[in-house]
Design a binder for this molecule. Structure first.
Ligand SMILES: *Cc1c(COP(=O)(O)O)cnc(C)c1O
Length: 369
């Protein structure tokens, strides 16, 4: 047990290593592995995670926005970086920093080609995103001829990969839909590559795709949440280790009588004598007001304690009447022992949202060999 003296997000790089090897063991040896490090590597620290993934032998990284890739380049990351959702205004920056755009619409393809010409590029790596049913971003099937037309004789860019994204890979009741997405991907990418004189990589699987549809791994897989220790189902969670553990500390304990109120707007009223603890973490840190009033619980001395009253900006209060603890004791908000999935479920949310919402003001500390 590493005791803490303030609120910290503990990042266990050994856990990342374990998860990486576990996910790799699910795919063929020659399938490439792309680590998704968008949104501060799911709220942890994109630079620390990217460096570790680079050392572990990952083949590719992905971020959502261009600036996230710039941060990685500034930190000296050399792996190819796919930018999943770039905008036109960022094209020059993308090229200057060797970031590879996912081009998802005719407008994006035409305008990127223009920029690549203006900047005298040759064979600049780009990726083509196909919409196979998520209906978020991506080319539709009837745009394949347009793509082929644009690419004809366009030496400035080269299609490194063709990708798509699954809408419900974690939900086996949607298996028929997922299989139809995979079939659509197969069909569109075949038509597209028949019009090129080279073979781009293909990829469609995210973490739950790796677990549930390994037969569709093609040349590469893209994993985010699994690397961070969550598998979207209990049996997979059991084989993964949470990378981020959000820890805080008991700042002060109060013994209050019946009919006393706790917190802003007197959100909680006691009906008997009780003991409360105040923690230095609040909605500005990513633990939203939705967790207040007995929805959320935190883990303290091997027990769950409910959050009482309204969550403040920088503090929250918990009921420790039945829990043996003292000022200075460690509290786990989520992570090992109390998963982010479980914590998120108290607010009808998912691990992804809770993890990525953890504020940058919380100090990151690292565990590694
Ligand atoms: C975020 C994202 C992923 C990673 O998904 P996980 O479920 O976290 O593994 C993969 N591909 C795309 C296009 C994404 O946006």
């Amino acid at each position: 047990m590493n005791m803490v003296e303030e609120t910290v997000l503990e990042i266990d790089l050994q856990a990342l290593e374990h998860n990486y090897h576990y996910l790799r063991s699910k795919i063929n040896k020659d399938t490439l592995f792309l680590g998704v490090v968008k949104a501060f590597a799911y709220g942890s620290d994109s630079v620390a995670i990217a460096k570790k993934l680079e050392a572990l032998g990952a083949n590719y990284l992905a971020v959502a926005y261009t600036y996230e890739g710039v941060v990685l380049r500034d930190a000296g990351i050399k792996l190819p970086i796919l930018v999943l959702h770039p905008q036109r205004v960022q094209y020059t920056t993308l090229i200057e920093r060797c970031l590879e755009p996912s081009l998802y619409s005719p407008t994006m393809l035409t305008s990127f080609l223009q920029t690549a010409k203006a900047l005298k590029q040759s064979n600049y790596p780009v990726h083509l995103k196909l919409n196979t049913g998520l209906n978020r971003i991506g080319f539709s099937e009837n745009e394949v001829d347009f793509i082929a037309d644009q690419l004809k004789g366009a030496q400035q860019i080269k299609v490194t990969s063709i990708l798509s994204h699954l809408a419900a890979s974690e939900d086996l009741s949607e298996k028929a839909f997922t299989l139809s997405q995979i079939a659509t991907f197969e069909r569109i990418s075949k038509t597209l590559t028949s019009k090129l004189d080279y073979q781009p990589l293909k990829h469609i699987l995210n973490t739950s795709g790796i677990i549930n549809y390994p037969e569709a791994q093609y040349n590469m897989v893209r994993s985010g949440i699994g690397l961070y220790g969550y598998g979207n189902e209990a049996s997979e969670d059991a084989k993964l280790i949470p990378v981020a553990t959000l820890k805080t500390i008991v700042s002060q304990i109060h013994h209050i009588g019946p009919n006393e109120s706790v917190g802003y707007n007197r959100g909680f009223i006691s009906n008997s004598p009780m003991v409360t603890a105040t923690l230095p973490i609040g909605h500005a840190d990513g633990i939203g007001r939705v967790y207040g009033n007995h929805k959320g619980h935190v883990w303290i001395n091997e027990q769950l304690a409910p959050i009482i009253g309204n969550v403040c900006m920088d503090m929250l209060m918990i009921d420790i009447t039945e829990i043996d603890c003292k000022e200075g004791d460690e509290v786990i908000v989520f992570g090992k022992n109390h998963s982010a999935d479980k914590m998120a479920s108290y607010s009808n949310s998912i691990s992804y949202e809770l993890l990525t919402g953890i504020s940058q003001r919380i100090r990151r500390v690292y565990l590694d060999n």
